[in-house]
Write a new protein. Structure first.
Length: 301
């Protein structure tokens, strides 16, 4: 009998319901009550827009702006307010966003506002003609231009700020093809909007090939077409010689510019160094992930 009781007690101890240990949660730095908000793999210091806007919770650090004794808030990159955050950038205390140049960097090289904006669609940023990058692009464009006709006049450049997922897909394609090479090429299409003559804004016209390509990262062309068609079949064709791409450039009557897209394209080594004396010798890729639009170049001729 004693043995039976002992066995029953032992069985009961092994089958007790154990209280689960709560998982560690990274809480909002503003309210300290809710988990931090995760957006596209990036964990923000706050749980919601309300906490990001108000920053009413405890934050022991002082405002980063020199001379300010107010409490710094993570929503403003540890400045006490948006005004002081912009002032910190203006005074050179912190680096400014790559896109707007006004707000401090918080997500990589961008501020939160610009990072959210480019998650929706690409943005254009005009390069300063006196900047080294502008001059390098002009030199590359003019040196690669090979045509018996008069050389063009290089006028403007817009850098294309692409969503992270577009760049990630391109990087994955390049990593999956380690023997391929990445080169600069040029692609053009009809541009029916007044891009370049006003603000650097992409249009929504279905017939505007340039804007369709930039907005979709080569996944869509004018009128919603998904690919080009050429000697190698359906895919995307570009040229190392911008003069060959220029044959497909068509601009609206209200714009003084012709438009071409400078691209980074990943191709098989056999395509590098080919004679581009004809359309058949263009660079060909079968997938949009293999080619990335990086600059919009405006020129006249």
């Amino acid at each position: 009998m004693a043995s039976m009781i002992k066995n029953v007690v032992h069985w009961g101890s092994n089958n007790r319901v154990k209280t689960p240990v709560p998982a560690q949660v990274d809480l909002c730095e503003i309210c300290g009550k809710k988990p931090k908000f995760v957006e596209n793999g990036f964990k923000h210091p706050y749980c919601s827009r309300s906490c990001a806007r108000n920053g009413s919770g405890p934050s022991p650090a002082a405002c980063m702006l020199r001379g300010c004794r107010a409490t710094g808030k993570p929503a403003f990159a540890n400045f006490c307010s948006e005004v002081h955050a912009k002032e910190g950038v203006r005074l050179g205390q912190v680096e400014g966003c790559d896109l707007c140049k006004a707000q401090p960097r918080m997500v990589g090289t961008m501020c939160i506002t610009c990072d959210r904006r480019i998650c929706a669609e690409p943005q254009l940023r005009e390069l300063n003609p006196d900047a080294k990058l502008f001059k390098n692009l002009r030199t590359q464009f003019m040196s690669e231009w090979d045509s018996p006709k008069t050389a063009p006049s290089f006028e403007k450049v817009y850098e294309i700020i692409l969503p992270r997922d577009a760049r990630a897909r391109h990087d994955q394609y390049r990593a999956a093809n380690p023997k391929f090479e990445e080169v600069r090429s040029f692609h053009s299409s009809q541009c029916i909007c007044d891009l370049g003559s006003k603000e650097p804004t992409l249009c929504n016209f279905k017939s505007c090939g340039i804007c369709a390509i930039v907005k979709s990262s080569f996944k869509s062309f004018a009128f919603g077409v998904s690919y080009n068609n050429g000697r190698f079949g359906d895919g995307i064709y570009s040229y190392r010689n911008p003069a060959l791409a220029d044959r497909f450039a068509t601009s609206c009557t209200s714009s003084p510019y012709r438009v071409v897209i400078a691209c980074d394209v990943v191709v098989e080594p056999s395509q590098i160094g080919a004679d581009e004396s004809s359309e058949e010798e263009s660079l060909f890729v079968p997938f949009a992930d293999a080619i990335l639009p990086v600059y919009v170049i405006m020129y006249t001729r």
